[in-house]
Design a protein around this ligand. Sequence first.
Ligand SMILES: Cc1cc2nc3c(=O)[nH]c(=O)nc-3n(C[C@H](O)[C@H](O)[C@H](O)COP(=O)(O)OP(=O)(O)OC[C@H]3O[C@@H](n4cnc5c(N)ncnc54)[C@H](O)[C@@H]3O)c2cc1C
Length: 342
Amino acid sequence: MKISIAGAGVAGLTCGVVLAERGHDVTIVASEIGITSRAAAAVWFPYDCAPEEKVHAWALVTYRRLLDLEREPASGVSLVEFRCLDLPLPEWISALGKLPLMETPKYLDYLRHRFRGELRLGVTLRSLDDLSGDIVVNCTGVGARVLANDVEVEPHRGQVLVVEKLDLPAALVHETSLAYAIPRTNDCILGGTNDESDELEPKPDDTAKILAICREYLGVTGRVREVKVGLRPFRRSGVRLEADGRVIHNYGHGGSGFTVSWGCAEEVAALIGARTSGRTTNRLTGAGTEWSPDETSGDCGPEVRAPYAPTRLTSATKRGSLRSGSNDGSTFSQTADSDRSA
Ligand SMILES: Cc1cc2nc3c(=O)[nH]c(=O)nc-3n(C[C@H](O)[C@H](O)[C@H](O)COP(=O)(O)OP(=O)(O)OC[C@H]3O[C@@H](n4cnc5c(N)ncnc54)[C@H](O)[C@@H]3O)c2cc1C
């Protein structure tokens, strides 16, 4: 089938990889590679995204794909210990042990090079109708506000600091303050913020705030090399992954775009597959096409199941509540102050 994908962030690139590897003739069209995707840390962790049951299922499919990618050095995927200093991890997440970390931009480069199709950048779309193909997949993040005329999409602005490489024992998070420090191969990401705004320029006040909360709650500081800003594409009624005529929408992943990327891409592929096979029931969601996390690929890695135990994934989480891990408390400052929010 001839497919156009609008958007070349993690959602569009992952869909491109999955659909091209299933034999479709795929063209990705976008103004640039990622916007928000370039700013993310990006750790596998469900956050600021709904609906919970679907997010868990998509996240677990993605987790399994990332375990496979961790064995490929070019992918930029590694496994990190994830430690929260103020709240316990949900059990189903702590049962997984170390969590995948995707080092952007290396991970986006990996997806871009793995993609077996045409990539057209520098194109500003005014309408999805501008795209040719039997199917158009809409992966435009906050751009869907305009392109899908969707007033439910809210930009949840996040600013992070790229600092020098720090010798940390784990990825550290203090959920209540939204302070986090993510050690990477050559640097470290300090965060963060979450405000409803579409301001893409770095804000000096946010930089000062991030340095202050990381020092106070994590006992971490570093010399700032770069400031990055992204707009988490949050959607009030949850991720939109559905067919609408020849368009399949796949946007609204909020703070979990990396975490759900493979699961969502495989569901998009199943929706397209259903057009030719005529299947009609989705075993994951109970609606739409038939899609099961286990049938989409033969290389699934260890068996993991989502118990759909509650994590704060939705609007309740959107102001500074990265739900996170168990803490041995060892060497880091833990002066929790629940009145403080990001
Ligand atoms: C600070 C921060 C930290 C984060 N940390 C994590 C994390 O640890 N784990 C995690 O899972 N998620 C994290 N996220 C969330 C994650 O980054 C997003 O969910 C994800 O990047 C969204 O991807 P996307 O492909 O939908 O959108 P984007 O990356 O924004 O890509 C949108 C694409 O659409 C294109 N586009 C849009 N409109 C048009 C148009 N009119 N014409 C042409 N092209 C268009 C753009 O050019 C771009 O290619 C974080 C986000 C931020 C801001």
